[in-house]
Design a protein around this ligand. Structure first.
Ligand SMILES: Cc1cc2nc3c(=O)[nH]c(=O)nc-3n(C[C@H](O)[C@H](O)[C@H](O)COP(=O)(O)O)c2cc1C
Ligand code: SF4
Length: 686
């Protein structure tokens, strides 16, 4: 890795590496990658297998799939979900099981029927539900299941379990939570049936019990049967906490393992703004007392001390992780080898989930190789040492630090300079805003890695002009100089600067991060639709300002629907007493009031305001690039990366830094592989 001496396994963490029995199978250790979607699924089997295999190589003892549809009667439309519908799927999923086994881990598969939530946009099969309910994906309702439908479902589940076994999986899930079909059956309010599947808890649990029994019947002895369930039920109208406990008592001994989550998905995978490591413990602590079977819990675990205490305190047997395994597939290995400083800790931004939510292959802010294992052949820990010559990286923000780190590992002689007295660029600045403290891990991981590389030097507080850069004489120049927030209102809504925004009481996020705070009645104009404006509102309320939040979207942090933080963001502002003015744009400001326009009509509103904060868009800091070209610098010698090339999310900056560093000097980088079906050409013979 970084050339540091490898330490012996730390006795404090030995417990984490004990083999653990799960019914008929044995996990090599307690590191359990719980089911998580990938945006790969049935459509990208090579990408999926390589990614899961990487987790196994990195030491995860159990590696699970994403939710896996049991039958065309349940599809997730445009999302690339996994499926086990037929023999082709056995081959495709078998590829994933094989790549997990190749590294000594065992493979789990989460069988799934989406119930009313699935609109079946691909298969066009009528969706099934415990009663007729609207789907998430449009004006489509499910068909209420009769006894024949229940019999069919049980057969589909059995057949899919057999296919999972044939594909080589070791742990097969029954999945009665997260709002899907079995959750509907458990729900007091949704399940209005008068037969043996409705009414009291015992009846509502019947289908889950049958599926556990039948899965055991067909795969038991060879495969373990796991149940993924919510520890605190599904809310008071569906399955309250007492009923969840009763259900655990009823079924406690039946599966070989309990994988526990909680009722609120946004809390279960809370961003670091809204939840911290181990934050779900309060819900989970009773579970082990109701079952003699091994328990897995989650909680964005990245600290080995927390992991050990979870086990020692009797909360869990396995350390379940989705995001920590995405951010660092080698987390278990690093703990085993005592290389804690090499752990790339998840920052809780949920960009991984956003990708999947937008039907794109998984990506991660901290781990730029995520999803690129097969496509580009990138390994999260291995970099070819083939670099020769010198590189000057201007800018020590996320892109610059990542580039310097990988270039250093490749063997280039690297100098990183930054005009600021601190490294980290935007992550250092933004991490001081409310709830974003963990983002500084982006900087700290890279600084830690760079500090161990003798061929990388860092110079802070060094403002360089284009002439200075030319005089420095590095073989290659990489500009990673970031972007600044626009102060003229240009963005999605205003395509050109707004005249009245030149007023002295107009502020940008950069002003606020620099400590220049607006006072009194402050209007924040959010045309960005992500975290920045709500976070600033929170900061300014804490500083004593009275905030009105005006947004061109219909909700606070609307892009946060992808990162599972929209709801919490809006709730937070309401709780803080921020006045919300939605679907409106600020058109004018005169130092005393803003004029806001409805985005649908010509209706105008006046809002009293002493100051206006504009969160609209950013301007790339690319002046140095132009200056260098004007001085005659060869275009092939200089590149721009990250926000100074294209303002975007932090994940994009890290990726750009990683990519430029992998590709520098490779005239012909490996082609990017694509998974697609190319039909054989039907050529006519004469
Ligand atoms: C990208 C992503 C996709 C997920 N997909 C699934 C899924 O397919 N099935 C499931 O049961 N849970 C899914 N989850 C929830 C995780 O399994 C897990 O319970 C949650 O992320 C909390 O664990 P963590 O803090 O270790 O990330 C997903 C989570 C993430 C981040
Ligand atoms: S994208 Fe963010 S939340 Fe997801 S694993 Fe990476 S660092 Fe963690």
């Amino acid at each position: 890795m970084s050339g540091r001496v490898q330490l012996q396994q730390d006795d404090r963490y030995r417990l984490l590496f004990e083999p653990m029995r799960i019914g008929p199978v044995t996990a090599p250790n307690r590191f359990y990658q719980v089911p998580h979607c990938t945006g790969m699924g049935y459509a990208r089997p090579h990408t999926l297998a390589a990614m899961r295999g990487m987790k196994a190589e990195g030491g995860w003892g159990v590696v699970c799939t994403e939710y896996c549809s049991i039958h065309p009667n349940s599809d997730a439309g445009g999302f690339h979900f996994a499926s086990l519908w037929d023999d082709d799927d056995i081959r495709a999923m078998g590829h994933t099981a094989d790549s997990i086994h190749a590294h000594g881990a065992i493979a789990g598969l989460e069988l799934w029927h989406g119930g009313s939530s699935a609109a079946n946009l691909l298969s066009r099969e009528p969706t099934l539900g415990v009663r007729s309910m609207p789907s998430h994906d449009g004006p489509i309702q499910s068909h209420p299941m009769d006894k024949a439908d229940i019999r069919n479902l049980r057969k589909w589940h059995r057949d899919a379990a057999l296919r999972a076994k044939a594909a080589g999986f070791d742990i097969i899930y029954v999945y009665p939570t997260h709002g899907y079909l079995l959750h509907e059956f458990l729900s007091r309010s949704l399940n209005g049936r008068s037969d043996e599947y409705g009414g009291n808890l015992e009846n509502r649990v019947r289908l889950v019990r049958e599926l556990i029994e039948e899965t055991r019947d067909v795969v038991g002895g060879t495969c373990a049967v796991a149940v993924r369930m919510s520890a605190n039920g599904h809310g008071k109208d569906h399955l309250d906490e007492t009923e969840a406990h009763d259900m655990m008592e009823m079924l406690g001994q039946m599966p070989d393992l309990w994988d526990m989550v909680i009722s609120d998905y946004e809390e279960e995978m809370a961003t670091s703004r809204f939840g911290s490591e181990g934050g779900l413990e309060k819900y989970m602590s009773y579970v082990r007392s109701l079952t003699g079977k091994p328990v897995v819990t989650v909680g964005r675990f990245t600290s080995p001390d927390t992991m050990v205490s979870q086990i020692k305190n009797g909360i869990t047997d396995f350390i379940g992780a989705a995001r920590p395994s995405i951010a660092d597939p080698f987390l278990p290995t690093k703990i085993r080898e005592g290389r804690l400083e090499d752990i790339r800790e998840c920052i809780g931004c949920n960009i991984c989930y956003a990708q999947d939510n937008m039907s794109a292959p998984l990506r991660c802010t901290q781990n730029p190789t995520m999803g690129e294992e097969w496509r580009r052949g990138w390994h999260p820990e291995k970099v070819k040492k083939d670099g020769e010559g010198s590189v000057l990286v201007v800018g020590a923000g996320p892109a610059g630090l990542e580039a310097a780190h990988i270039l250093g590992r490749r063997g280039f002689d690297v100098a990183v300079v930054d005009a600021q007295n601190h490294a980290g660029g935007r992550v250092t600045r933004e991490s001081k805003l409310p709830g974003l403290a963990e983002w500084v891990r982006v900087r700290d991981y890279r600084m830690g890695q760079i500090s161990a590389l003798e061929n990388v030097s860092l110079y802070l507080g060094s403002l360089m002009t284009a002439r200075d850069i030319m005089d420095y004489g590095a073989d290659q120049i990489i500009l990673a100089t970031g972007a600044k927030w626009r102060a003229d209102g240009t963005g999605r809504w205003h395509s050109a600067p707004v005249k009245s925004f030149t007023h002295a009481a107009v502020y940008t996020p950069d002003d606020i991060m620099d400590g220049r705070l607006p006072r009194g009645r402050v209007v924040i104009f959010d045309d960005d639709h992500y975290y920045m404006a709500p976070v600033l509102a929170e900061a300014l309320v804490k500083a004593g300002a009275k905030i009105t939040y005006v947004c061109t979207a219909a909700s606070v942090c609307s892009w946060g629907e992808n990162t599972q933080e929209q709801f919490s963001s809006q709730a937070r502002l309401i709780e803080l007493g921020v006045e919300l003015v939605l679907s409106k744009a600020v058109a004018e400001f005169d130092g005393e009031k803003v004029r806001a326009c409805c985005i649908y009509t010509d209706h105008e509103t006046e809002i009293a305001a002493d100051a206006l904060v504009l969160v609209t868009s950013r301007e790339p800091n690319n002046g140095l690039y132009r200056d260098l070209l004007n001085l005659g610098c060869d275009e092939t010698r200089v590149s721009t990366i990250g926000d100074c090339h294209q303002p975007s999310i932090i994940a994009a900056a890290i990726y750009a830094g990683h990519r430029v560093a992998r590709e520098l000097g490779n005239a012909d980088p490996a082609p990017v592989l694509r998974e697609r079906v190319v039909p054989a050409r039907q050529t006519k013979t004469a």
